[in-house]
Design a protein around this ligand. Structure first.
Ligand SMILES: N[C@@H](CCC(=O)N[C@@H](CS)C(=O)NCC(=O)O)C(=O)O
Length: 204
């Protein structure tokens, strides 16, 4: 078994899908969390100048989605056929698009602009993405995004919706019955359930 060390900030962000893949597969990994105060010193030492990085047997890899896709494959959470893998990737990348849309308002310093951005998020961006996710679930009919069990797709969506709920409240999913059901299924997994109970609460 290789040794895995994930380095990311002390938030969910782009590290959480990777963490949840480790949790669901039951594989051990080191979860190194960098404090923002220590970041300026660490940044110039990294290959891409950003986080997350994953060290596999000491070798450094970057790009969260590439890392997640690799781990999902290793842990058999990436789909059983090439077409299932395509759908998993499609959903994971859509979750990343949603994460990017949500992140914009987090870094806005001007309070008036920030308020406008959050209103747009609630009225336009979040409903646009939840509609896409609902249609994937409608098509698959099992309550999961792909096949009939949890894959990287369910974890990626669970994670990004957590940020939507933190920001906008449960109302963010009021018109998304299938997503609510899917979130229950993910949280019902015993390993995920334990992890969710224990994990640190952060805004993003
Ligand atoms: N495409 C990259 C983006 C990495 C990225 O932008 N990471 C952010 C945190 S989510 C970061 O390190 N920001 C600090 C900086 O760039 O100085 C990935 O998915 O890994």
């Amino acid at each position: 078994m290789p040794t895995y060390k994930l380095t990311y900030f002390d938030i969910r962000g782009r590290g959480e899908l990777i963490r949840m893949l480790f949790v669901l597969s039951g594989k051990e990994y080191e979860d190194k969390r960098v404090q923002f105060a220590d970041w300026p010193k660490l940044k110039p030492t990294l290959p891409g100048g950003s986080l997350p990085i994953l060290e596999i047997d000491g070798k450094v890899y970057t790009q969260s989605l590439a890392i997640a896709q690799y781990l999902a494959k290793e842990f058999k959470l990436s789909g059983k056929t090439s077409l299932e893998c395509l759908r998993v990737d499609e959903v994971v990348h859509t979750a990343e698009d949603m994460l990017q849309a949500m992140a914009k308002s987090m870094f806005e310093k001007d309070e008036t602009k920030k308020k406008e951005m959050i209103e747009k998020l609630a009225k336009e961006d979040v409903p646009r993405f939840t509609k896409i996710f609902e249609s994937f679930l409608t098509e698959n009919k099992t309550g999961f995004f792909v096949g009939n069990s949890i894959s990287a797709a369910d974890l990626a969506v669970y994670n990004v919706l957590e940020s939507a709920i933190t920001k906008l409240g449960e109302a963010a999913l009021k018109d998304s019955p299938k997503l609510l059901e899917n979130r229950k299924k993910v949280a019902a997994d015993s390993k995920i359930c334990n992890y969710l109970k224990k994990r640190k609460q952060t805004d993003m």
